[in-house]
Structure formats: C-alpha cells, structure tokens
Ligand binder design. Structure first.
Ligand SMILES: [Zn+2]
Length: 448
C-alpha cells in the first residue's frame, strides 16, 4: 500500500480509540497486560476464504492493532482474555469489498453538464465526505477513485479519511484527469469564452512533454496512480466514444514518467483503437472497454492488462437519464455501449482477461456499488469469480494484496458481514449488515 502508516494514524486519532487505550494503560498494573496485547475477536458464522475458494463455518478472527492476527475454527481456540467480541455468528463474513472505479469527491451526475461550474472546490469535496461514508457503510472498504473535476479534491478526501477526520474507504487517487483539450476529462458544454478555474483543467495536456510535467506534479502532490483519457466518453458532451483522444505517444509518455516513481497508469477507453494504443503503451488497466474487438481482447490477455468494466452503470443511466432529461447525446452514446459492453465483458472473461470490479459510482448513487455483482454473474462469472474481482483481484491490481483483499494473518481487518450465502445468491451483497475497517467497526448487525 502507498502508505501503511496512514490508516493506523487515523485509528490513533479517533477520540474513542484514544480514550479506550488511555483507559487500558491506566489499568495495566491491575490486569498485568500491555497495550500491545489488546485484541478483538470476530465470530463468523460462515467465512468466505477467497484464497482457497471455500466457505468455512464458525470461525474466530483475532485482531490486534487493526490487523488480523489469526483465523481459526471457533471450537479450536479460546477467546483471549479482555478481548472485545463481535458476534457475527448469524452472518457470512467476507473481506471488505473493493470498487476499482469510483468518483467520490465530486457532485453526483445529473442532467446539468455545467454542474461542476456551479460549485466551489470546497462545496464539491464536502459532498465527497458524504459519498465516502455511504460507500463504506455499503461494505466497500477500499476504492480506486478514478478522477475528480477539481484537481486534488480526491487527495484531500483520502487524507481526511486516513487522518481519522471523516469515515470512508481506503482510497487510491489520481489528483486530476490527464486529457486533451475538450476531451473526455475536460469540462465541456460552456461557451468558449467562459473562464474556467485552473483546477478544473489541471490535467489538460497538449503534448507528450506536458503529459510528463503534469504526471510528475500529480505524483509529487499525492496521486497514487495516473488516470488518462484515451477516447471520448459517454457522459462528456462533444466527445465521441469511438474516437482516440490522447495519442499513443502521449500515453507512452504518461506510463514512462509515472514508472519513474513506481506509479502505474490506467486508461479510460471505449473505442478499440484507443484501447489498443493504451495497452501497447503499457497501461495497467482499461476502464469501460465497451467496444473491445477480438484483437484488443487478445492483446490485453497477452499483456496481462486488467479490464474494469462498469456493466451495471448503463442500466442506471438509461433509467435516470430518461426520467431526469439528461442530454440526448449522452443517452444515445449509452445506448451504443450498454449491451455491447456487457457482451464484450463476457468475451473478455471467457478469453482469460484479468477482471477487477469497478462500477463508476457517482454516475449512479454512491452506496449502490454492490448492484453490479448480479450483472457480472449474469454475464458469465460464477459468484466466487465476481467476489474475487471485488476483493483479491482488485487488491492485486492495486498492488495492495499484502494489505487487503482476503482474510488472513497480517492483513488489515477489513471485514463485512452479509445475511445468507453469497455463493448461492450474489444479491445478498446488496444488504451488508456489518462493516469493519482496520479493526474499527462502522456498522454493527442489528440483534436478531
Ligand atoms: Zn468514471
């Protein structure tokens, strides 16, 4: 993970945790213990073991300092003295879910394409605070946030969460979109002589040199990874989904510059030519991938490029867009990508392309992130494969697999509980009843 210490620092700064630790330290002489031995325990009725693809029953998860110490059958272990016990024995416990395509630190998508110009950066990031909490309470304890209109709002939100100031998921962030002028990541729709604030156009680039300079600045100011826009977008008016925007040379410049810092690049891409240019340039992942052709699927499989396809999203755009009167151009582009993206998702999965769960939350309401699981199962995945895409596979794509993505010793205690068996009914993931992140409980199951 980019910074291991941040979530711990956040945990420390939480007033309640400080108070509890202070009390324990005062009790030290009485209980003959040390603060280092303070543990909590989760009793899991069932536990989904992602690594070995099996469901275990009645397990004890022992947690210390926010991390998992041990996982063992309840009957085989004694509850450590003075441990806090979370009784989740009526539920199935999974690793915290992970959404690899969110937009937390912005206002929600609406019919108004000029909405980003109608609020200050502070107003939009404060909306992000509510989005982050909603996402966490829906069971998503880690997100890869793929961009903001106002540069560095995502960095501010990530830092506030890691600092324990506001609740939210662990966030990988980009700082700003790397995009061509008038392209998918630029603000469009206003008159050409309207002065747009500089932070709304921070990532707009006109050459490979500008790409390198902007990538450096983003990383120096807190970006975890780089988001490029390789083609037009469904929801950016005036752009075409099939048209390549950043050149292959510019994409290569982004990948090479980011690599200097050990940072990877992802590319938003709908059209096949833009997808292939980005894959050849060496991006780690393709967002959307709507118009994949056989050649691009083969290229991605060969290169190990991840696909993050938001195959629930089009359903929401169609419904809300028609109801709320979103621009006809958006709805037409949505129609042109909805079904073909799902079929291409099926083909890519069958061909062995690596898939990670990503939904484009922010286009649809934050907190509904789990609705995509059912679509992934409908389009060719087993429930276990879909859950793996939203846990261990997502962690591997982030390079955070030592920290999150499964329930095992040494990993952060990021856990969720759901009613029933998600391997039999994937939709139970839509009703998460308990959420723990880094050993802190954010949602407890109601007593049954
Ligand atoms: Zn997006």
């Amino acid at each position: 993970m980019a910074s291991d210490s941040r979530p711990v620092a956040g945990w420390w700064r939480t007033g309640l945790c400080r108070a509890v630790l202070t009390a324990l330290l005062l009790l030290l002489p009485l209980i003959g213990s040390s603060a280092g031995e303070v543990v909590s325990v989760v009793r899991a009725g069932s536990l989904l073991d992602i690594v070995n693809e099996r469901l275990l029953s009645d397990q004890m998860i022992t947690i210390q300092g926010g991390r998992i110490l041990a996982v063992q059958p309840w009957s085989a272990a004694a509850v450590p003295e003075n441990a806090t016990v979370h009784d989740w024995s009526a539920w199935t416990v999974l690793p915290g879910l992970m959404d690899m395509h969110t937009h937390l630190a912005d206002s929600a998508q609406s019919a108004n394409v000029l909405a980003p110009l109608e609020m200050t950066a502070a107003q939009s990031v404060l909306q992000g605070v509510a989005h982050a909490e909603r996402t966490l309470l829906a069971g998503f304890t880690t997100v890869r946030d793929v961009g903001v209109w106002r540069a560095f709002n995502d960095v501010a939100l990530r830092d506030a969460i890691d600092g324990g100031i506001v609740p939210g998921p662990r966030m990988a962030v980009v700082g700003a979109y790397i995009t061509v002028p008038g392209g998918a990541g630029d603000i469009t729709g206003q008159a050409f002589d309207v002065a747009v604030p500089a932070d709304l156009r921070f990532g707009v680039v006109r050459s490979p040199d500008e790409v390198r300079e902007r990538v450096r600045t983003l990383i120096q100011n807190g970006a975890t990874f780089i988001k490029t826009l390789a083609t037009g977008a469904v929801l950016t008016t005036g752009t075409q989904i099939g048209a390549q925007e950043l050149s292959e040379e510019e994409l290569r410049a982004a990948v090479a510059e980011a690599a200097q810092y050990g940072v990877y690049v992802t590319a938003h891409a709908h059209g096949a030519e833009g997808i292939k240019a980005a894959v050849r340039a060496g991006v780690r992942s393709i967002e959307h991938g709507s118009l994949l052709d056989a050649e691009s699927i083969e290229l991605m499989r060969e290169r190990g490029t991840w696909l993050v396809a938001d195959i629930y999203n089009a359903e929401y755009i169609d419904r809300a867009g028609r109801l709320e009167g979103w621009p006809a151009e958006m709805l037409a582009k949505n129609d042109a990508t909805a079904d073909v993206q799902r079929e291409n998702f099926r083909k890519a999965h069958a061909a062995g392309v690596r898939l990670a769960y990503g939904t484009d939350s922010g286009v649809y309401p934050h907190g509904d992130n789990a609705l995509q699981f059912a679509w992934m199962v409908r389009y060719g995945m087993t429930p276990m494969q879909a859950i793996r895409a939203a846990t261990l596979s997502a962690a591997e794509m982030l390079g955070w697999e030592e920290q999150v993505g499964s329930i095992g010793p040494g990993k952060w205690a990021d856990l969720v509980a759901v009613p029933g068996n998600p391997l039999e009914d994937i939709t139970v993931l839509e009703t998460v009843v308990a959420v723990m992140k880094g050993g802190s409980v954010y949602l407890e199951p109601a007593r049954n």
